[in-house]
Structures are given as structure tokens and as C-alpha cells.
Write a protein that binds this ligand. Structure first.
Ligand code: EPZ
Length: 421
């Protein structure tokens, strides 16, 4: 398994372009199953998660190409309705194919997605949405069986929690259900609004946002192939802004959506950073002394759980103590123990981490465990005195395209050590 070697202490400078959004592109790839034809997605980075989703779509009968940032998904011959364990276990977002398969083939078998490093991650909200739309759902031998021999019928789906994935599943299943569907308490994340809904509308779906958190969907008989440029990755953007904050470097991120960064910028301003923005760039002017500021993660537009670990890395060097409360995944603090190996002073209790700022981190060997926890280790390695070695970096390749090249172009001393195959 590959690892990163980082020699800390280098200031960063210059600008870095943000790639297309992992969490926006995954449901759109599944949406391509809803039509018979060739969908084209632009601004698609080469990420491990997309390779896994593409392998699953190919298994179902699609043809997928991905060259130089453009992905083509040909779904003329979708004839398999089973997503097997060996594919689903690699990526939870595989559950997104269930709704389209129920709509297109009237049946689906999807291996029950397991948990991951950040928690159990149930899919009960997804399954109850499918049942509300008329599918019969059964779980047996580690598989989810879904059948809707009489087709899918519009319904009222009231989400118990504004779940991103379950909102996507409900939308993907209802766009070709017969009649009207109302989805209440929907997720407001941009991956739903500025991406999945936009793409499905281009395919011919009829989706209206009735008020802040309610969607009305009028089912249509057929959807058609579409082409779209994907929205930029707000979590990658936030990660690089936090790289500027922790290394006290003045850097610019380009090809981003500033409106998606409101909650992060608000908090970083309180820590002493200032920012300049244009329509698609953000420049960070870092704080000389980082003020410790508490955060609580919550659904968009609140502070995103996917930036919690990276923010924690930054707070390890703050001038005092702060609290980081994780309300989405209470166990999502895998990075704490590894950051403590680098000299941080973090204690975790009942879903809240207390971070006591230290003067300096010191390089050490650490292990990546989860995509965002690993990003936090990279940020810490950028400022730790000496060398930091991060192993198991395949976790990082799932969600960041060539992060070492992007950080290297800003002046970081980071190299990938390719394990002997
Ligand atoms: C999406 O996961 C993202 N993944 C996650 O990003 C992100 O952390 C999360 O949304 C929250 O923003 C993708 O988009 C592929 P949820 P998802 O359903 O959809 C509970 C990353 O690092 N829940 O909004 O799985 C769940 O346990 C990844 O890029 C149920 O109980 O998140 C959690 O506590 C990590 N039952 C809460 O809801 C369900 O059926 C929010 O989960 C579904 C969710």
C-alpha cells in the first residue's frame, strides 16, 4: 500500500484548481441508469470511488469511459439487477443504484452496505423511501431484495432526518414513479440541489422545490441522456483553505463555488483569517495566531462533518482550547489518536473532542483510516517539525485527485512512496 512522506514547515503559495465533486458525481452516475443512452459528465476527476462506481455500472450492463476529466456512461443495455458484495463493499454509495434499478427493471438486489470507519451508516431511510413508493423490500443473507412488479407509485416521503443519501435515493426512485411524490425534510446539500436535481431536470425529470426543504416530483414515463459539467468539490475546496490556515500561507483556490463555503469561512474568520473572493475563487489571508473557535457539525448549510477532521488539525495549533462537536457521526474522531501521535493534545468524550492547542507538532509515522481523517493527517504533516509518514493512503485517493501534486504545486514537500506491487 502506498504512503506519503511529508517534510513539514514549508510555507505554501500560489493557487490551486478545485476538481469536480465526489459526492455530487456519484448519485449522477447512478442517475444515468434511468435512461437508455449516452450521458456525458464533464469536470470529473480520476478518483477511486468513481472507478468503483463505474465497475458497478459496467457489471449492470453499462459501458463507461473516463478520459481527461470527461466520463461517458452508455446505459442502452442494462440487463443485470444485482449489485454484488465485492463491488458494494468497496463503496457505500453503491446503494444509489437501487432506486434506478427498481424504476427501470422493477427489481434490484443490492448487497447490504456495511459500515465504515466513521460509523454503522444504516440505510433504513433509503429502504423506507422505496417502500413508500411501492417497492417490496426484504433483507436476507446480507442482501437487500427490492421488487415492484406493479411499478412505482408517487407518495409522500417524510425524511426522519435530512439524509443526503436517502434524499438522493428517494429522488432517483420517484422521478419515474407514476404520479406525484412529495419528499419532506430533504437534505439541502449542494450535491442534491446544484447537481443531482439539475442533471435529472436535464434528463427530463419534473422536480420542483416547493419550499426550503420540500420537493415535489411529478413522475414521467421516460428520461433521456443528458450532458453536464459537474459542480466543484466543496470539501476539497475547504480542505485546501484549511491547508492555507494551518500553514499560515496566503493561497488562492480556483474553480470553486464560494457560496458553498459560508459556514467554514465564518468559523475561520473568527479564528483570525480573512478572505478575498471572486465568482469562482477564494484567497485566504491566514491568522498569525490561530484563535480557538468551537464548531458543531450539522446538515448543510451548517458546518460540514466532512471538514471536521481537517478543522481539528488546524485547531491543534490554536492559542488555547476549543470544542468540536460531531452530530452527524458521533464516532467520527479517528484522526484524534493519530494527531496526538504528531504531538497534538485532543481528548474525545460523548461525540465531542476537546482540542488544547500546542506550540508545535512533530513528525511521526501515522496511518490513514477514513478519507477525511486522512486529509487531516496530511494538513498536520505540512506543519509538523520533521518528517511525517502516512500509510494506507488509498483512503485519500478515494476522494482527492493527486493531492500530492496539488500541494506540491503550492510548495509543500510531499511525495508518494509507491509500495512494491
Ligand atoms: C453523505 O453520506 C456523504 N457521502 C458523506 O461524505 C457525508 O459525510 C454525509 O453525506 C453527510 O454530509 C456521499 O455523498 C457519498 P447521510 P450519507 O445519509 O448520505 C444517518 C465523505 O467523506 N442515516 O446524510 O451516507 C447516518 O448514519 C463522505 O465524502 C440513517 O440513520 O450521509 C448519519 O448519522 C463520508 N439512516 C446521518 O443520517 C439512513 O438510511 C447523515 O447521513 C441514512 C442515514
Amino acid at each position: 500500500m502506498d504512503s506519503f512522506l511529508i517534510n513539514g514547515g514549508k510555507k505554501l503559495s500560489g493557487s490551486v484548481a478545485i476538481s469536480g465533486s465526489k459526492n455530487a458525481i456519484l448519485p449522477v452516475m447512478a442517475a444515468a441508469l434511468l435512461c437508455s443512452g449516452k450521458c456525458v459528465l464533464h469536470n470529473v476527476p480520476h478518483l477511486l470511488d468513481f472507478k468503483n462506481m463505474a465497475n458497478l455500472l459496467v457489471h449492470l450492463g453499462a459501458k463507461v469511459t473516463h478520459e481527461a476529466g470527461t466520463m461517458t456512461i452508455d446505459t442502452c443495455d442494462i440487463n443485470v439487477w444485482e449489485a454484488p458484495y465485492e463491488l458494494v463493499s468497496k463503496m457505500r454509495a453503491s446503494i444509489y443504484v437501487m432506486g434506478p434499478l427498481l424504476g427501470r427493471l422493477g427489481k434490484a438486489i443490492v448487497s447490504f452496505p456495511g459500515g465504515c470507519a466513521i460509523g454503522s451508516r444504516p440505510v433504513d431511510f433509503h429502504l423506507s423511501a422505496f417502500e413508500k413508493l411501492g417497492a417490496r423490500i426484504m433483507i436476507e443473507h446480507g442482501n437487500i431484495y427490492g421488487y415492484c412488479p406493479d411499478g412505482l407509485k408517487g407518495a409522500v416521503i417524510d425524511m426522519p432526518f435530512p439524509s443526503v443519501g436517502a434524499t438522493a435515493s428517494a429522488i432517483l426512485c420517484s422521478v419515474i414513479s407514476e404520479g406525484e411524490t412529495l419528499i419532506k425534510n430533504v437534505a439541502l446539500e449542494p450535491e442534491i440541489d446544484d447537481s443531482l436535481i439539475d442533471f435529472l431536470t436535464l434528463m427530463g425529470a419534473k422536480i420542483n422545490r416547493i419550499n426550503d426543504n420540500e420537493l415535489q416530483i411529478i413522475g414521467v414515463k421516460e428520461l433521456y441522456p443528458a450532458e453536464m459539467t459537474m459542480v466543484s468539490d466543496r470539501i476539497e475546496a475547504g480542505t485546501f483553505l484549511l491547508a492555507g490556515a494551518i500553514t499560515k500561507s496566503n493561497i488562492t483556490i480556483t474553480n470553486c463555488e464560494p457560496k458553498h463555503q459560508k459556514s467554514l469561512l465564518e468559523k475561520l474568520e473568527k479564528t483570525g483569517c480573512t478572505f478575498a473572493q471572486t465568482q469562482d475563487t477564494i484567497t485566504i489571508f491566514p491568522a498569525e495566531t490561530i484563535k480557538p473557535i468551537d464548531i458543531t457539525t450539522a446538515p448543510y448549510p451548517a458546518f460540514p462533518t466532512d471538514l471536521q477532521a481537517q478543522y481539528m488539525a488546524c485547531m491543534t495549533l490554536a492559542d488555547g482550547s476549543c470544542k468540536i462537536k460531531e452530530t452527524i457521526y458521533p464516532d467520527r474522531f479517528l484522526q484524534a489518536a493519530e494527531l496526538n501521535r504528531l504531538g497534538a493534545n485532543i481528548t474525545v468524550k460523548d461525540g465531542t473532542a476537546t482540542v488544547l492547542g500546542v506550540k508545535q507538532l512533530s513528525g511521526a509515522e501515522v496511518m490513514a483510516s477514513d478519507l477525511r481523517a486522512s486529509a487531516a493527517l496530511i494538513l498536520a504533516g505540512l506543519v509538523a517539525e520533521g518528517t511525517t509518514k502516512i500509510s494506507r493512503i488509498y483512503h485519500i485517493d478515494r476522494g482527492y485527485e493527486k493531492i500530492e501534486d496539488k500541494l506540491g504545486s503550492l510548495g509543500a514537500d510531499i511525495q508518494r512512496i509507491v509500495a512494491k506491487r
